[in-house]
Design a protein around this ligand. Sequence first.
Ligand SMILES: [Zn+2]
Length: 83
Amino acid sequence: MRISCPYCGDRDAHEFVHRGDAAPRRPTSDDGFYDYVYLRDNIAGPMREHWYHAQGCRNWIVVARDTRNHQMSGAVLAREASR
Ligand SMILES: [Zn+2]
């Protein structure tokens, strides 16, 4: 699988660390923190995920990927995606 890092370009997925779904937002109180950390949906289809380019630029990126066929449809730096 190849991931197109917005900073480095097209790279092998082994250079990245997968964090998972980019949709959940960290709660501002203890309520919901367990769910935020441990309970994740297992989505079959298009989703946005966090990936860390550990063996490259060391940026967090948000990748749009279809989990059924691993087709990537875009990637942006996470700090730009959160704006
Ligand atoms: Zn990179």
